[in-house]
Design a protein around this ligand. Structure first.
Ligand code: BG6
Length: 281
């Protein structure tokens, strides 16, 4: 079988040898192996029992990014904190594709009160020899318009984060969340990590490149998502997180495709589709 379930995790296996794993909790991709190398970071301290969002992988932030004063939801919303339904294999020819679903009736009443909208989210994960594609389809099942943010909070595994670089953000305006939410313009051709970084780059081109630092790179191609967040907690924030090892900041970089700087507006009855394709190049 190109995909099977084991302990609430869906395991995808491509004939080329590439593999991926998706936890039903949050529909969080927790592993992506190409050329026998793990490309995704998950903390050794991550909770895997559904008590907390998984620290690492590709958690889905929805319907908010960060915390919103007027919406009483946990940081980054409820999608990463709930079990999704496994909807099965969609394709097992040249790519292995599986699908997951989450709707308002599957989330706790408290969250439904905080964000009182009827919705249906479908998430497809497709694996090929060198790529992993993750796509969200959202249907507004209300008559009224609603607003949301979403983000694919991708944690990439790197050997030494100070050697990794992100290309393609030059000239983008960004909000620097470390430096009192200052608004700045990226002047560098390559963004490097040599301290705490937490930036929301706005209106980013669809294809950017993460150089891992060991000679390999991952192309990140987003579709219908405007922004890119770059995050590394560095030393003090790493120590403050209960589900993250003190030294693990050295082995990860988050490059997160999303629409977070402005609300996405979806009219009643309408659907919205967006996602990303990660390719080892
Ligand atoms: C990033 C945010 O996307 O996620 C950071 O920009 C935040 O501000 C980080 O610290 C991790 O968030 P959380 O809720 O998973 O600890």
């Amino acid at each position: 079988m190109p995909a099977h379930e084991s302990n609430k995790v869906i395991i995808l296996e491509h004939p080329s040898g590439s593999k991926a794993e998706v936890a039903l909790f949050g529909a969080t991709v927790t592993s992506w192996v190409v050329d026998e190398i793990e490309r995704i970071f998950v903390s050794k301290e991550a909770k895997r029992d559904g008590s907390k969002a998984i620290r690492g992988g590709i958690p889905i932030c929805f319907p908010i990014f960060g915390a919103k004063e007027k919406i009483a939801l946990p940081q980054h919303g409820f999608a990463r904190n709930n079990y999704w339904e496994y909807l099965g294999i969609v394709n097992d020819n040249d790519e292995v594709t599986v699908r997951f679903g989450l709707k308002d009736t599957q989330i706790p009443q408290e969250a439904r009160n905080a964000w009182p909208h009827s919705f249906r989210l479908t998430y497809t994960v497709s694996l090929t020899e060198k790529s992993l594609k993750t796509v969200c389809h959202l249907k507004n099942e209300d008559e009224d318009t609603f607003e949301f943010n979403t983000l694919l909070h991708t944690y990439f595994r790197v050997k030494d984060v100070t050697q990794s670089q992100v290309q393609g953000l030059t000239n983008c305006e960004y909000i620097d969340k470390v430096n009192a939410s200052a608004k700045l313009i990226e002047e560098n051709e390559k963004v490097i990590i040599d301290g705490e970084v937490d930036r929301v780059y706005k209106k980013v081109q669809d294809k950017i490149l993460l150089e891992i630092g060991d000679g390999s790179s991952i192309q990140i191609e987003k579709n219908n998502l405007k922004d890119t967040v770059v995050w590394n907690p560095w030393i003090e924030k790493a120590q403050a997180m209960g589900d993250f090892g003190n030294e693990e900041y050295k082995n990860m970089i988050c490059v997160e495709a999303g629409s977070v700087a402005d609300w996405v507006v979806l009219a009643g009855g309408q659907t919205w589709t967006a996602g990303q394709t990660l390719t080892v190049v």
